[in-house]
Structures are given as C-alpha cells and as structure tokens.
Design a protein around this ligand. Structure first.
Ligand code: NAX
Ligand code: K
Length: 528
C-alpha cells in the first residue's frame, strides 16, 4: 500500500534524503522536473515538442525551482516556452537562483523562450498565444493556510487567476507541479484563489490533503513522480492507500479439502417487520453480498414470519428466528457476527442489541455493528455496549458517526481521518467511516484510505452490501479491519463494473458484480 504523507512528513523525508543520504537538492529537483516531463510526454503522446507552446508560472520557492528545471527540458525538446516569474529576481536563492540563471543563458542562445518579470508584463503576450499546456509552479508543500478560503495576496493571487482564466477560456491542459497552488497539502483546504488542475504530478508520495475537502476537485488526475526518496524515509506511515494487491491478500482461498464450515461462517442479525413496514431488503442484500464474497455458510436471524420470502430470495441461507437463546446458540458456531442492517430502531431492537453485546458468546467473536445497531449504541451507552467485545468494527456513514461521536457533520467532513482515528483510539475499536475516501482506523497503527469506486455506490442498500462483504472476508480469516479495507476496495470496484453510467447503479447490481471484482485478482499476474 502506498504511503500518504503530510507536508511535515514530506519535508522531513526531503531533508533526510539531502542530509542523511546525501542525494542533493539539485538532483531531487532535476528528478522532479524530469518526471513532470515524462507525464507531459505521455499526455501529449509525443517525444518532441516542436510546434508546441507551454506557459510556466513560477513562484519563489522550490516549487518554482522545479518549474525552471522543467522549462529547460521542454526547451531541449524544441518547445516554445513562456515563463512568468511572479517575484523580483532578487528574492531567488540557491538552486532556484541557479535554475533561473541557466534559463537566462538559454535565452542568450536564441532559444524560443520569453521570461516575463511580472503579471502585467506577461499579459499582452499571453493573451495572443495558444498554449498546449499551462504549468503551475507557484506554490507546493510550502503553502500554509491559517483558515479555509484564506485570501491570497498579489502576486500569488494574480498568478493563480491567470492560470485558471487561460484554462477556462482556451481549455488548455493545466498541470500542477507537486500541489495545485493555493491548496494546503495536509488539510486539503483551499485558498482564494486556488489552481484547478487537470493533472497533478506530485513528488514521491501522495499528500494527505489530496483526499480531503477541496483536494480531490483541485488536483484532477494524480500522477506520482519517482524522485528517489526511499520509502524508509516516510515510515512508519501514518496513512496508507488501499489498493488491489492489499485487497487480494485478504481474500483467502478455500482449501481443496475444505468444507462449508471451514470456509467462513457468518451470522447476520438483520431485517425487521412492523405493522407498518418491512426492512427485509437490507438483510437480503447483506446476506447475498456475504455469499458472493465467498462465505462458506450464512445464517440469518430474522422475524421468522419473513423466512419464506428470504428462502425465495436466497436459498443458500439458513434462517433462524429472533429469540436470544437461538441466536446465541448460532453465535457459538459463527466466525463473524454482523448486527444491524434493517434491524429497526424501536425499543425491541435496541434491547436485542443490548442483550447480544452483553453475551460473552457474541463478544468473543468478530462483531460488525452497522446501521440500526449503531443507532442503538448511544442509547445503551457506547462504553457499556462495546466494553466486552474482543474484536469489533463499526461501519458508520457521516450521519451515524456524528451521532456516535457527538461531532458536527461539518467537522467530520473537514477531517474524517483524524475524527475516525480519535474515535477508534478512545473506544479501542475499529472504525470504517464511509465516504470519499472511506477511512479505516484502528485504535493504533496507520489509518487506511480507500478511494476505489464512485458515486455508483451512493444508493440505498450500498452499506448493507459492504457490511455483508466485510463479514465474509473476516469470517474466512482476515482481521476485521483488514477485511473492512479489502471489502471497501472490492465494493468500489464492483460499483465500477456494475455500469458505465454510475448514476444508473443500484445495490442489487453491485451485488451481482462482486464476484467479477474479486475474480479480477486472479487475472493480474503480480497478485497471484
Ligand atoms: N525540498 C526538496 O528537497 C524538494 C522540494 N521540491 C519542491 O519544493 C516544493 C516545496 O518548496 P518550498 O518549501 O520552497 O515551498 P513552495 O515552493 O511551496 O513555496 C511556497 C512559497 O509560498 C510562500 N507562502 C507560504 N504560505 C504563504 C501564504 N499563506 N501566503 C503567501 N505566501 C505564502 C512561502 O514563503 C514560499 O515562498 C515542493 O512542493 C516541491 O515542488 C522538489 O523539488 C523535490 C525536492
Ligand atoms: K504548484
């Protein structure tokens, strides 16, 4: 899994690469520029840029220094380059000073290069030039914002606005070096204005802020530049990105000599019926998802009057009723117990959750609490309800998490990573906080971020499918949090496979593509 870093962690790694590994700042910057060139070549599908024009807007820090290096490489490949340096030259130091001096020397050799020393000087020339790509090298990890939407002063604001205006007016591809200028790379909060990039070529490791707040919208497509900063310099990682390889490792294959009871036994306590309504669908979706994810045996506790309908929907599932003695007997047998999908919120449902979590037979197993079981927790008292659990995972969306944590939804949305981590640490539980990204946090250790999937998953029953998948993978042997991260990845992928049009996807369609999403791991050679 790829590490995701804060600005502080990245700066520490940069410093260590320079001071401890003696890699040298000039070399790092050279690699940064070369990697941007690689991405540009791939984007334009050409190795030479004769006839192409580029506009680079550079700041006074090392991000601008990366821009100077890139400008040189573009010139070497016969591009025409306009470079706007937003500050007085006297502010440049060290490698950045050298970078500009080299470019100025190119200018003396009739290279197709125009260097502008202010926004006003550049404007008339820029207005009459067609650019293939605009390059944003104004600010990178050095930008600090004191508050969301903080107004940037001139010349930063002028440079950023110029880039956005040309992009809007001409549709020119905008490539941000390392971080879109105006974005805080740790928090994902943006300044006013902020660059809206089509591609962000980020150095060494993706930054935490790319996944939070305005980060995803500003970055566009993310490309990682390999600049020779070894992984051990950012370890232990605070955050890791879930990928297909990790997801695949949590999918444990059946042994040739295995039997149904050795291949993951899932007990699902879900679904409800009152005089006014029925919540059978949630139970059907979670049970189907568990079976499609390879569980050997699925047993469902339901109001027994719903058994007939359930048998028709899922012949493979065993159905038991709602009395606590029958449930605890089955709990003995289960590897993982999932409680909550469509369970209802009346007093009876809350009492059932209380009784289940008071049973040492239940709490000695892997327990997943979803939907209405999460609703019951604050009523019971979170510490009392969870205190006996050996291994428990909570799978809230922001609304459910707000109720559990008593944090406002806006606060959760602005930093779901820290909110989930703090809650997991405080209560000694694992949390899968649904969103984009989905966050998986344990009491200790790195927080996992899952970015697979799209708005295809924003549909009723999606959470029921995910919890059924987690139940299956954990019952087959993965830890609850690893199963959660893996299931989240496969769930996202199943959503992608369900339709080319995300807006048309329903949860039943996602259930039907789970097997395809998992099957893909056997088609990728490095995973097998
Ligand atoms: N340190 C290294 O060894 C490497 C750094 N690299 C590049 O260097 C960048 C980081 O360079 P720097 O640390 O010089 O910073 P930046 O180049 O990101 O520059 C930030 C500039 O904005 C100013 N600034 C910060 N907050 C501001 C605010 N609120 N309002 C107005 N101005 C503000 C700072 O004074 C600084 O001049 C990375 O993003 C990356 O592009 C790469 O070349 C790879 C190696
Ligand atoms: K930038």
């Amino acid at each position: 899994m790829q590490p995701v870093v804060t600005v502080q962690e990245m700066q520490k790694a940069d410093k260590a690469a320079i001071e401890l590994l003696h890699i040298g700042e000039t070399r790092l910057m050279e690699l940064a520029g070369r990697e941007c060139l690689r991405v540009i070549k791939e984007s334009l599908k050409r190795d030479s840029f004769s006839g192409c024009s580029f506009l680079l807007v550079c700041g006074k820090g090392n991000n601008g220094g990366d821009g100077f290096v890139l400008a040189r490489h573009l010139l070497n490949l016969e591009a025409s380059v306009d470079l706007l340096f937003l500050y007085p030259e006297s502010l440049l130091q060290g490698v950045n000073r050298q970078g500009l001096t080299t470019l100025q020397a190119y200018g003396e050799h009739d290279a197709p290069l125009r260097i502008f020393e202010s926004h006003d000087e550049a404007l008339p020339f820029v207005a009459e030039t067609h650019y293939n790509i605009i390059i944003d090298a104004i600010t990178g990890t050095g930008l600090r914002l004191n508050k969301p939407g903080m107004a940037l002063a001139s010349p930063l604001s002028e440079g950023i606005e110029l880039i956005n205006t040309i992009r809007d007016q001409t549709g020119a591809l905008t490539l941000a070096i390392d971080v879109p200028s105006g974005l805080d790379a740790t928090t994902g909060l943006s300044a006013t204005p902020v660059v809206m990039a089509d591609i962000t070529v980020t150095m060494a490791y993706p930054k935490r802020g790319f996944y939070l707040n305005e980060g995803p919208e500003c970055c566009g497509e993310l490309q990682i530049a390999e600049i020779s900063i070894p992984r051990f310099l950012v370890e232990p990682s605070s955050y890791l990105l879930v990928d297909q390889e990790f997801a695949a490792k949590q999918f444990i294959l059946r042994e040739a000599s295995s039997a149904k009871h050795t291949n993951g036994k899932v007990l699902i306590i879900a679904g409800s019926q009152t005089a006014q309504s029925s919540m059978l669908g949630a139970a059907i979706l979670s049970a189907k998802a568990a079976l499609k994810s390879g569980a050997g045996y699925v047993c469902l506790s339901l109001p027994i009057s719903l058994a007939g309908a359930m048998h028709t929907a899922i012949p493979e599932a065993v159905i038991i009723g709602r009395d606590i003695a029958t449930i605890t007997e089955k709990a003995h047998w289960a590897d993982t117990i999932l409680i909550g999908c469509g369970l209802g919120r009346d007093q009876e449902a809350i009492e059932l959750v209380r009784e289940l979590l008071a049973s040492s037979i239940v709490t000695s197993k892997k327990v997943i609490l979803d939907a209405d079981a999460l609703y019951a927790l604050p009523v019971i008292g979170i510490a009392e309800a969870l205190g006996k659990c050996r291994e428990v995972l909570l799978t809230p969306h922001y609304g459910e998490f707000s109720r559990l944590s008593t944090l406002p939804i806006e606060e959760i949305a602005s930093d779901p990573i820290e909110c989930a981590r703090n809650f997991a640490t405080l209560h000694g539980v694992s949390v899968l906080l649904k969103g984009n990204p989905t966050i998986i946090a344990e009491a200790e250790g790195p927080v996992l971020l899952n970015t697979s999937g799209t708005e295809a998953l924003a549909t009723a029953g999606s959470g029921d499918v995910l919890s059924g998948m987690i139940a299956a993978l954990s019952a087959k042997g993965a830890s609850l949090s690893d199963a959660a991260a893996s299931a989240a990845w496969f769930h996202g992928r199943a959503g992608d496979l369900a339709s080319d049009v995300a807006s048309l996807v329903s949860s039943g369609m996602v259930v039907d593509t789970i097997q395809q999403a998992i099957q893909e791991i056997f088609e990728v050679s490095h995973l097998s």
